[in-house]
Design a protein around this ligand. Structure first.
Ligand code: SF4
Length: 455
């Protein structure tokens, strides 16, 4: 099947990582703004079956060690193909590209990142035509409803601009289709195990109000995928009884998660980052990270360059979040989930969000309750935790009321009971040392207690 391809192609290569020192070049990724992959359903006469075009420099013409723009436009036709299958077909680009030895494909949509290894380049993988051939072969053999397919690669920095803008508006239109439906209104959710090659215990639970972590598969996409390929990686989850409507716990979800994770994940709370949170593979668009110092969440997305307010970059937090585990307070999410009324609702929803990159805050403005919008800091308001604390206080963010605090009672010469989160400290008639305390007009704000508890 792949006689013309100079490297191996097969499932065995999925999950292969290519480190910078082993890479010949990369396309997309954090150093490149314009990158995308998009599948579009067309009429048969618009698709020249098997055609592969490269608009811009090909792999052999690119400099070793360089980063290049990349657009992958796949146009398909077939009598049973509908527009609502585009997202699901598109997500398979990730899977099939990763079958190629020495080629690593990460992320999705406007976030793609491809690396080619030095070894595979030396073996002759020197043209995107080869990637196109593999994709056409795999798509047409695995999804026979695709009758005709053509692939266009865009690598020219100018030529990619217009299609890139078109791709962004297509993603937005797709996401908008799924808004408005609630989790209570449907009988079934959908599960996706596509990322198990990287995170073996991970299953995405896709509901109308909890979009897939990668931000590429909506509930409608899941429904369409499960109907055309019921044995495939996207499957139906009968909701079963609702065990907790606030946390979002369903008997059918627990049962499926347990089965698909081989017993590793027994329960899932869909709308919480604590307790039994949804697992995170590695494809999440963003991370909700708990900041104990202020008892709220920061959010960072993959495209954010630099350090977040807790001093860590996205990449470091991604390592703590990924792998298909349930990690309290490090939670992989999609940006579309942030538009949902169920977004982290069990943890306080937007009333618990304290920090967001400015571009995301701006993008999500219509979905953030107006009374909280001005109280959420961005990198322009707070660069570190001291700055964040001051900002939240000055804006009277709701989390401030959760902070451990005590009114100083100078007459009694004592401090009343301190409370808040995991910081119990009782003082009745005894002297207390409050390290790093900050005294404001009517309250004492206490830094999280480490070893300094001393009575
Ligand atoms: S992130 Fe989730 S929905 Fe997206 S491909 Fe991976 S498993 Fe599927």
């Amino acid at each position: 099947m792949f006689d013309e391809i100079p490297v191996e192609v097969g499932l065995v290569h999925e999950g292969e990582r290519i480190r910078r020192k082993d890479m010949h070049l990369e396309m997309g990724g954090p150093d490149v703004k314009e990158k995308f992959e998009l599948v579009q359903v067309r009429s048969p006469e618009e698709v020249q079956d098997g055609a592969i075009r490269v608009l811009g420099p090909d792999l052999g013409e690119m400099k070793e060690g360089g980063s290049y723009p990349l657009g992958i436009l796949i146009e398909i036709s077939g009598t049973k193909l509908e527009e609502n299958l585009e997202g699901v077909v598109e997500r398979r680009i990730h899977e099939y590209s990763n079958y190629i030895q020495g080629l690593m494909h990460l992320n999705q949509r406007y976030d793609i990142w491809i690396r080619l290894s030095k070894k595979s380049f030396k073996k002759g993988f020197t043209s995107l035509q080869l990637l196109g051939k593999v994709l056409i072969e795999l798509f047409k053999s695995e999804l026979p409803i695709i009758e005709r397919m053509q692939v266009t690669f865009l690598t020219d920095a100018e030529a990619i601009k217009k299609p890139y803008a078109m791709a962004l508006s297509t993603y937005e239109a797709r996401d908008a289709r799924a808004r408005g439906l609630t989790d209570e209104e449907v009988d079934s959710f959908y599960g996706c195990a596509l990322c198990q090659s990287f995170a073996p215990t991970h299953v995405c639970v896709i509901t109308p109000q909890r979009y897939a972590n990668c931000g590429a598969i909506s509930w409608f996409d899941g429904k369409a995928a499960a109907s055309i390929d019921p044995e495939g990686p996207i499957f139906t989850i009968a909701k079963g009884s609702c065990l907790d409507p606030v946390k979002g716990e369903y008997a059918g979800v627990n049962e499926n998660a347990c089965k698909k994770s081989l017993g590793e994940v027994e329960r899932i709370w869909l709308y919480s980052a604590f307790g039994y949170p949804h697992t995170s593979c590695g494809c999440f668009e963003g991370i909700a990270f708990y900041i104990p110092e202020v008892e709220g969440f920061g959010i960072v997305h993959r495209g954010f360059q630099g350090l977040t307010v807790n001093g860590l970059p996205f990449s470091t937090m991604a390592d703590s979040t990924a792998g298909g585990r349930q990690v309290d307070g490090f939670h992989g999410i999609s940006l579309e989930y942030m538009r949902s009324p169920k977004f982290l609702i069990a943890d306080g929803g937007y009333e618990s969000i304290v920090w967001l990159p400015a571009d995301i805050k701006d993008k999500l403005k219509p979905y953030i309750p107006s009374q909280i919008f001005g109280s959420i800091a961005t990198e322009q308001d707070a660069a570190d935790l001291d700055g964040l604390r001051s900002f939240l206080l000055s804006r009277e963010h709701p989390v401030v009321t959760r902070w451990s605090e005590a009114t100083v009672n100078s007459d009694a010469g004592t401090l009343p009971v301190l409370s808040g989160g995991d910081l119990p400290l009782v003082t009745h008639g005894v002297r207390i040392i409050l390290k790093n305390a900050r005294i404001y007009a009517d309250r004492v704000i206490i830094e999280p207690l480490k070893k300094e508890k001393q009575v």
